[in-house]
Design a protein around this ligand. Structure first.
Ligand code: DP6
Length: 322
C-alpha cells in the first residue's frame, strides 16, 4: 500500500487562465505545454489503516493548506479502489515551491501516480488526468511527456490530455531564469477567480483563446519555431494583461522579469531561435532550439537579480519508481 512517483513540472506556451466550473476545476480554456525535464517532484504515498486522517508533508514540513485538495484527489482514487484507509503523503521538490514554477502541476501528477500505484489501481490515463485536474488545472499536463495538449472539453464535464510531440520529435529546450525563491502572494486559483469577476478583458481572452490554441498546435505539428514563438509570447502577454487588469491588480512580474524579457527580445532580433513565457510568478522561461541554449543561458545568467538559470530538456510524463 505504498508507492513513490516522480513528475516534472510543465510550462504552458498557450496558457490556461480561468475556470468554467470551480468545484470541478474545469478550465475555461485549453492549453499547450512543455514538460520540463530538468526539474522534479518526488512523492511517496502510503495508505495506512491506523491513520485517523490524511497527512501531508511538503519539503519535510506539514502542509495543512493543501491538505483538503490532496484528500479530494485521494478520495476519488480510494472510491475507485474500494479502500477507505487514510494516507500519509511525503512530497518534495528540487526547485522553488509555489513560486510560478508549476510545483502544483508536478505535485498533483506525482501524487495521483503514486497513490494509484499504492492502491494497485488499474486506471487509464483519462481517469488519472481527471483526478489530477481536481488537484490543479495544469497537473494533467505533467502526467504526459514532451509537448502536451490539454483539451478543455467545453460542453462536457471532462478534460482530455495527451502528448502531441515526444521529446525526440522536436527537442526544444527551456532555460528557467529563477529571479526569486519566495512563494507568490496570490496563487493561480485565487487569481483566476479574481480575473473572471473583475477584468474587463477576461471575456476577450476566453473568446479568442481557441484560435490561439489551434494555431499553436499547428505550429508544433509543422515545427514552425518562429510562429510558435510569436503565438506563445502573445498568449503570455494576453494572460498577464488579464491578470494586471483584475481588481486588485495581479502583477506577477518583477523588474528582473522585465529585464529578462528585454534580453530575450534582443536575442530574437539578433536571429537566435528563442522566446519567453512567464507564469503566475516572477520567473522567466526562455524556450529555444538546442543550438541557442548555451548563449541564452549565459545571457540570462548575467542579468542582475537572476539567481540561477537552469537548462531543461523536454521530459517524460510522471512515472512510478520501481
Ligand atoms: C499561469 O494549474 O496552478 O501557470 O487549477 O487553480 O491549480 P489551478 O491553477 P494552476 O494554474 C496555472 C496557470 C499558469 C498558466 C498555465 O500553466 O497554463
Amino acid at each position: 500500500m505504498e508507492a513513490t512517483a516522480l513528475a516534472h513540472p510543465n510550462v504552458a506556451l498557450i496558457k490556461y487562465w480561468g475556470k468554467r466550473d470551480v468545484a470541478m476545476n474545469l478550465p475555461a480554456v485549453g492549453s499547450l505545454s512543455l514538460t520540463l525535464g530538468g526539474l522534479r517532484t518526488q512523492t511517496m504515498v502510503r495508505f495506512d489503516a491506523t491513520l485517523q486522517s490524511d497527512q501531508l508533508l511538503l519539503n519535510g514540513k506539514p502542509d495543512d493548506r493543501a491538505l483538503s485538495r490532496v484528500s479530494r484527489c485521494l478520495d476519488l482514487l480510494r472510491a475507485r479502489a474500494g479502500v477507505s484507509s487514510k494516507a500519509r503523503v511525503e512530497t518534495s521538490n528540487d526547485f522553488p515551491t509555489g513560486a510560478g514554477l508549476a510545483s502544483s502541476a508536478s505535485g498533483y501528477a506525482a501524487l495521483v501516480k503514486a497513490a494509484a500505484a499504492a492502491l494497485q489501481l488499474d486506471a487509464d490515463a483519462d481517469f488519472l488526468s481527471e483526478v489530477a485536474r481536481i488537484g490543479s488545472g495544469s497537473a494533467p499536463r505533467s502526467l504526459f511527456g514532451g509537448i502536451v495538449l490539454l483539451d478543455a472539453g467545453i460542453g462536457t464535464d471532462k478534460t482530455t490530455c495527451r502528448t502531441v510531440a515526444q521529446p525526440a520529435e522536436w527537442p526544444l529546450q527551456v532555460v528557467v531564469a529563477i529571479t526569486s525563491r519566495a512563494a507568490k502572494e496570490v496563487g493561480s486559483t485565487g487569481g483566476m477567480e479574481s480575473s473572471r469577476d473583475t477584468s474587463p478583458y477576461y471575456g476577450a481572452w476566453v473568446v479568442t483563446h481557441p484560435a490561439d490554441l489551434a494555431a499553436g498546435l499547428d505550429a508544433v505539428r509543422k515545427h514552425d519555431f518562429t510562429r510558435l514563438a510569436d503565438l506563445s509570447e502573445a498568449s503570455c502577454l494576453k494572460m498577464h494583461a488579464v491578470a494586471m487588469t483584475s481588481q486588485p491588480p495581479l502583477l506577477y512580474w518583477s523588474g528582473v522579469t522585465v529585464e529578462c524579457m528585454r534580453v530575450v527580445q534582443r536575442l530574437r532580433r539578433e536571429g537566435l531561435p528563442v522566446f519567453y513565457t512567464i507564469d503566475a510568478g516572477p520567473q522567466l522561461k526562455a524556450v529555444c532550439l538546442p543550438d541557442a541554449v548555451t548563449r541564452v543561458q549565459a545571457e540570462l545568467q548575467q542579468v542582475p537579480g537572476v539567481l540561477d538559470a537552469r537548462v531543461c530538456t523536454l521530459g517524460a510524463g510522471a512515472w512510478v519508481e520501481q
